[in-house]
Design a protein around this ligand. Structure first.
Ligand code: F6R
Length: 244
């Protein structure tokens, strides 16, 4: 595991935006896995600005979304699909055909999960997976208790996750289930970057750094990945007390 301790939130955001940009510049056909959420909004804002400045060509890149709520009408304003259209696809003029979304409108969630796994396989796999972290240590929507071998599947959101995301959900009631890449799916990525910013993530980061393979904090599963980078701002790193 590589840890990048940034001097400010802005620096942490820039580090992650640069990783995506540099990956696509050096390998234009890259397959990138994308997270959503409040942490990622400024990352995409920076990525869009820097990509325009550097005239980065994204036309051969492909993106897999990490997760999506179940049970929402198509193009619901709080869906992760609309999120990524708003923050990345439209500002960079990317084509819808360059994105894969968990097929939440498939007949059965089991088939939807298997279908997404098949699409990931056919793409050649994710080169760079970007992740945030929940205050309870979830990655994607792999809540505490998720298995290390889990694949894309229907997941039930915890009360903590629903409370943390409720403010983002202005239209209708908050969904209690989602389709999420599994831990095993995420670990198959060739490299993984997790960004944590803000005080609310400090406990999860402290736990992550002091523990290994603990189902109660799924992010701990990432530590065995050979190319895992953790990017922290000073607030997220504020409770680190490594037991070395
Ligand atoms: C989002 C996702 C989640 C978020 C996490 C942190 O696609 O999979 O794991 O990364 O819940 O959310 P924020 O950044 O809103 O604190």
């Amino acid at each position: 595991m590589r840890i990048i301790m940034s001097q400010s939130k802005e620096e942490a955001i820039k580090v992650v935006a640069d990783m995506i940009l540099e990956r696509v510049q050096s390998h234009p056909t890259s397959v990138i896995g994308l997270a959503t959420g409040k942490t990622m909004e400024p990352v995409y804002q920076t990525l869009v600005a820097e990509s325009k400045k550097n005239r980065v060509d994204y036309s051969k890149a492909f993106f897999f979304m990490l997760d999506e709520y179940l049970g929402l009408p198509l193009d619901h304003p709080s869906s992760f699909k609309v999120y990524i259209q708003t923050h990345l696809m439209h500002p960079l003029d990317l084509k819808p055909s360059q994105f894969a979304f968990p097929p939440v409108h498939a007949e059965s969630p089991a088939e939807a999960g298997a279908h997404y796994e098949q699409s990931l396989k056919e793409s050649g796999g994710v080169d760079l997976q970007i992740l945030g972290i929940g205050t309870n240590g979830h990655i994607g929507f792999n809540e505490p208790g998720s298995l290390k071998t889990s694949r894309t599947r229907l997941v039930h959101l915890t009360r903590e996750t629903i409370a943390a995301n409720k403010s983002e959900f202005k239209h209708g009631s908050f969904p209690e289930t989602a389709l999420s890449m599994g831990i095993g799916t995420i670990l198959d990525s060739r490299s993984v970057v997790l960004l944590a910013t803000g005080k609310s993530k400090a406990d999860a980061i402290k736990f992550l750094l002091n523990h290994h393979d603990v189902a109660d904090c799924p992010a701990t599963y990432l530590k065995d990945h050979p190319h895992f980078t953790l990017v922290l701002d000073p607030e997220a790193a504020s409770k680190i007390n490594l037991k070395i």
